[in-house]
Write a protein that binds this ligand. Structure first.
Ligand code: ADP
Ligand code: MG
Length: 318
């Protein structure tokens, strides 16, 4: 059986051995939300950008990624525009960077609709207002006539979501979409994304383990350009097997148990792109590391998921 989204051995490099994504494998079914989690610099955004042909200059992607059988890696610009118009869409952390600051938001949504429909401009503008209503923007008619800077961060993110959904994409990628929002608004935007991604694959990127349980069915933990653990959210959060996953979870505040003192952070740093760590990239920061970790562990099935570790944490321990 082929999964709806199938990423296989995806690499992104900046030349001269500077590899930022190092052989990512990931699959998702239609309607499934997969959270891609890891500290800043692990290669989450580049993985996503590679799928949509939006990598920064100098970056090169190899490997394969198919969406409902269509290869996404290595497409020419024309084919990519077609994919981005209707098959796949992306939402970023900062909606201001994607919105045109000098165009009314309703007109910007109408522009996106022009790519997908042949209706008249007045009909598209009406549809834009409906879309704004559908993502919970109150007083949408008046809001449609406003400039992006006149909207709050949460409302701007709703506008971005409505634009991303306008083409009815099969794949929706959200890269830290709630990181810049305050907690209440964050919860509202998460609920909206959850509700509106029922028929799509949602690839939800976050550095925050705390939001994973809120949104995802499955989680893939990335470290230094690789997926080091993957599995159903409940299994991974209840019984993390990779020491990195366990450490990430320890650094999340527990609402039921207010921390006395500071939360533990993971000592050390993510290796820089081009920095070569022999064997497991987490080895220098890992308290379970032994000589065996000088060879790279493969991602192997463990419980309900998979883990790439020579000394996985066993159930009950932590
Ligand atoms: N344009 C670029 N040129 C060189 N290195 C880059 C560029 N963009 C990202 N990188 C590097 O690639 C690594 C992964 O980046 P990214 O995918 O943005 O990480 P994440 O989204 O997990 O925080 C980082 O170490 C980053 O410094
Ligand atoms: Mg990122």
């Amino acid at each position: 059986m082929t999964e709806f989204l199938r990423i296989s051995d995806l690499w992104v490099d900046f030349g001269e051995g500077r590899e930022a994504v190092r052989g990512v494998d990931l699959t998702a079914d239609r309607g499934e939300t997969v959270a891609l989690v890891g500290e800043s610099g692990c290669g989450k955004s580049l993985t996503a950008l590679a799928l949509l042909g939006l990598l920064p200059g100098g970056a090169n992607a190899t490997g394969t990624a198919t969406l409902d059988g269509t290869e996404l890696i290595g497409l020419d610009e024309r084919a990519l525009r077609r994919v981005r118009g209707s098959r796949a869409a992306m939402i970023f952390q900062d909606p201001m960077s994607s919105l045109n600051p000098t165009t009314r938001v309703g007109a910007q949504i109408a522009e996106v609709l022009a790519i997908h429909t042949r209706t008249r401009r007045s009909a598209r503008l009406r549809r834009a207002v409906e879309l704004m209503e559908s993502v919970g923007i109150p007083d949408a008619e008046a809001r449609a006539g406003q400039m992006p800077h006149q909207l709050s961060g949460g409302m701007r993110q709703r506008v971005m979501i409505s634009m991303a959904l306008a083409g009815r994409p099969d794949l929706l990628i959200a890269d830290e979409p709630t990181t810049a929002l305050d907690v209440t608004v964050q919860a509202q935007v998460l609920a909206l994304l959850r509700e509106r991604s029922r028929d799509t694959v949602l690839l939800f990127i976050t550095h925050d383990m705390g939001v994973v349980a809120e949104i995802a069915d499955r989680v893939a933990v990335m470290y230094a350009g690789k997926v080091v653990e993957t599995g159903p959210v409940a299994a991974v959060l209840d019984a993390p097997r990779h020491p990195y996953t366990a450490a990430l979870l320890r650094s999340v505040p527990d609402p039921d148990r207010p921390a006395a003192g500071e939360l533990p952070t993971i000592p050390g740093q993510v290796p820089a792109v081009g920095e070569h760590v022999e064997g497991c990239p987490f080895r220098p920061r890992c308290d379970r590391a032994t000589d065996a970790c000088r060879t790279m562990p493969e991602l192997t099935p463990a419980g309900a998921g998979s883990v790439a570790c020579h000394h996985p944490v066993t159930e009950g321990a932590s």
